[in-house]
Design a protein around this ligand. Structure first.
Ligand code: ATP
Ligand code: MG
Length: 266
């Protein structure tokens, strides 16, 4: 399916995480995957959420799957067997559906239970430039598997009053994972999404984020844009559904910004 790259170490694994629900994680994962694909990058999107929204939004029907991430996590199959192409997006998807919620229970009794995803990814890492993991809105064992496998975390957030408060729980979890499970987990990037510049409070929180987190805040700001919200019902990434829309353009610049950051770190 994909040609191997020369060096697995150049593969970047990012979690898109925020324990808050509905903040734009899945929208960011799908559009970053498709945006990176348009830049010629080989991308695997892993749907780590039993809701299966990233699967459906990539144009893959979650109700007719042969095997899913669940089967990979419990060791019944490999990513190579379970992945499917997103024809619309130009990337591969390791899909999920509600079966995945059972993994929490099955994993508890396994050895190295928080490292199952990491070892599964290692087997295909040379085939991709980027692996993007769409996390569920929890700090659960599933999310822990994502963080244990990642080099970095991209945190989409809305510039609202309680946004900073929720952020400290996530940042503390990331620090704990870095200390105890995964020393490779380092990079943190904050992405402002669903931004409405007409709302003064959003401007204030956005400025606060910049002064607090500096370089960690991505320059690109994703506006609130209805085309991004419509796209999943057509099984298309927003950047494919309406490439000229403001939302799509923002995710295309964001993808370029991610590539630039990664290159600067090499
Ligand atoms: P969950 O926590 O349930 O997994 P999430 O963090 O993945 O949610 P999304 O599903 O990406 O969030 O987005 C929540 C809703 O907001 C969706 O209906 C999505 O289409 C919409 N949405 C996301 N980003 C934007 C945007 N920039 N402009 C307008 N609507 C958006
Ligand atoms: Mg989601």
């Amino acid at each position: 399916m994909n040609k191997p790259s020369s060096d697995a170490r150049s593969t970047r694994v990012f979690c898109i995480a925020n324990q808050k629900g509905g903040v734009g994680k899945t929208t960011t994962t799908i559009n970053l995957a498709a945006g990176l694909a348009t830049l010629g990058k080989r991308v695997l999107l892993i749907d780590l959420d039993p809701q299966g929204n990233a699967t459906m939004g990539s144009g893959v029907d979650k109700s007719t799957l042969q095997s899913t991430l669940y089967d990979v996590l419990i060791g019944d199959t490999t990513i190579e067997q379970a992945r499917v192409p997103s024809e619309a997006g130009g990337y591969d998807v390791l899909p999920a559906n509600r079966e995945l919620s059972g993994a929490e229970i099955d994993l508890v009794n396994m050895q190295e239970r928080e490292r199952q995803l990491k070892s599964a990814i290692q087997a295909v890492a040379t085939q991709y430039d980027f692996v993007l993991i769409d996390c569920p809105p929890t700090l659960s064992l599933l999310t822990l598997n994502g963080l244990a496998a990642a080099h970095g975390v991209i945190i989409p957030m809305q510039c609202e009053y309680f946004a900073l408060e929720g952020l400290s729980d996530l940042v503390n979890t990331i620090k704990r994972v870095h200390r105890n499970i995964n020393a490779d987990l380092r990079e943190i990037g904050l992405l402002r999404v669903m931004f409405d510049p007409r709302i003064t409070l959003q401007q204030q929180v956005s400025a606060q984020l910049e002064s607090h987190f500096g370089e960690k805040v991505f320059k690109t700001v994703v506006p609130r844009n209805v085309r991004l919200a419509e796209a999943p019902s057509y099984g298309l990434p927003g950047v494919v559904y309406d490439k000229g829309s403001r939302g799509a353009q923002a995710y295309i610049s964001f993808s370029a910004e991610v590539v630039k950051r990664v290159e600067a770190m090499d």
